[in-house]
Design a protein around this ligand. Structure first.
Ligand SMILES: NC(=O)c1ccc[n+]([C@@H]2O[C@H](COP(=O)([O-])OP(=O)(O)OC[C@H]3O[C@@H](n4cnc5c(N)ncnc54)[C@H](OP(=O)(O)O)[C@@H]3O)[C@@H](O)[C@H]2O)c1
Length: 302
């Protein structure tokens, strides 16, 4: 991989910077591109990588092009980039939704002799070490060298301890609705629900034991992240509406249980949840983890 040229479109953004540093540290010649030239220049200087003033300039010699732009811009950027790629180049996006993008790559592959891969890193810009984090990967297809090029890239990530899960667009979007959309939504709703009570969080914290404190800090960490992306992950994924429909139905059942003081049904829901979670890898030590987190929170408050 040494001396390969990689261009990162969106290289001045959060994830673009993570991958720029990553590839630079692995001996790649890194070029970044984005629209805001001042920011691009500043980031390129900080990261000690090249920057391209125009899209074409950034693509001419690239062996690999990574697309790291917001979800809603990704398809447009992919379509713009592909005609400029050299033969046999590898293009990969890292965006958080896959079904629509998969179809676009398939169409473009009929027109150009290139290679397409869709990746989804399951971490954010705050990451410092990729060890034991996950990256989802969807092989799309390309030239006769496709598997060699893709295997080389995935092997590089694996050599740094990143766990690569190969999947399909359909499975990806269905599961992401549950593993990203759902927890994001719960935390947005949690804070909005508390706001409606007209209690400040500081006031509520005075009445807090452990569970609320941990939940509150988790929600606060979510709400300070990328609003636009979180909205797109929920609104642009048709699978997420299924999750909301299930939730609404479950909430109606739950309301009924509480209104009617239906202990039997409450116990049934509780035990169903317990039985579902007890085969999970983190289940046995979850209470221990909980108190490890609490130790950190209590220390900070001293
Ligand atoms: N953040 C996360 O936790 C995370 C995790 C996994 C995957 N992802 C995925 O990673 C991608 C990037 O996310 P991010 O959080 O890094 O976003 P970000 O911080 O907002 O960065 C977006 C980058 O794209 C550039 N850009 C936007 N529109 C463009 C266009 N039309 N042409 C060229 N450049 C454009 C922006 O610069 P200019 O505005 O100057 O052009 C910026 O450099 C998204 O697809 C997201 O789904 C994010």
């Amino acid at each position: 991989m040494e001396n390969k040229q990689i261009t990162i479109i969106g290289g001045s953004g959060g994830m673009g910077q993570v991958f720029s540093k990553y590839f630079k540290n692995h001996g790649f010649q890194v070029t970044i591109f984005a629209r805001d030239l001042n920011r691009l220049r500043k980031v390129a200087k900080e990261l000690e990588v090249n920057f391209a003033k125009t899209l074409e300039e950034g693509l001419n010699n690239a062996d690999i092009v990574m697309i790291s732009v917001p979800i809603s811009s990704t398809i447009g950027v992919i379509k713009k980039v592909i005609p400029y790629l050299k033969n046999n180049a590898l293009i990969c996006d890292i965006t958080s939704l896959k079904s629509e993008i998969y179809e676009v790559y398939k169409q473009e592959l009929n027109k150009y002799p290139i290679n397409c891969l869709s990746l989804h890193p399951m971490f954010g810009p705050g990451i410092t070490n990729m060890q034991n984090y996950m990256m989802l990967s969807i092989r799309i297809g390309g030239t006769k060298d496709y598997n060699i090029l893709v295997d080389d890239l995935l092997e590089l990530f694996r050599s740094d301890g990143l766990i690569i899960i190969e999947t399909t667009p359909e499975i990806h979007d269905t599961k992401i609705a549950l593993t990203l959309g759902l927890p994001h939504m719960f935390n947005i709703l949690f804070l909005n629900l508390l706001k409606r009570s007209n209690n400040s969080l500081n006031e509520l914290t005075r009445f807090t034991g452990t569970t609320f404190l941990l939940q509150k800090v988790f929600a606060e960490s979510i709400i300070q992240r990328e609003m636009e992306m979180f909205g797109e992950i929920q609104m642009e994924n048709p699978k997420f509406l299924n999750v909301i429909n299930d939730l609404v139905s479950l909430m109606n059942d739950y309301k009924h249980v509480i209104e009617n003081k239906d202990k039997e049904k409450f116990n049934e829901l509780f035990i169903d949840a317990l039985n579902y979670s007890k085969y999970d890898v983190h289940f046995k030590r979850s209470y221990e983890y909980f108190y490890e987190f609490m130790k950190i929170l209590k220390k900070k408050e001293d």
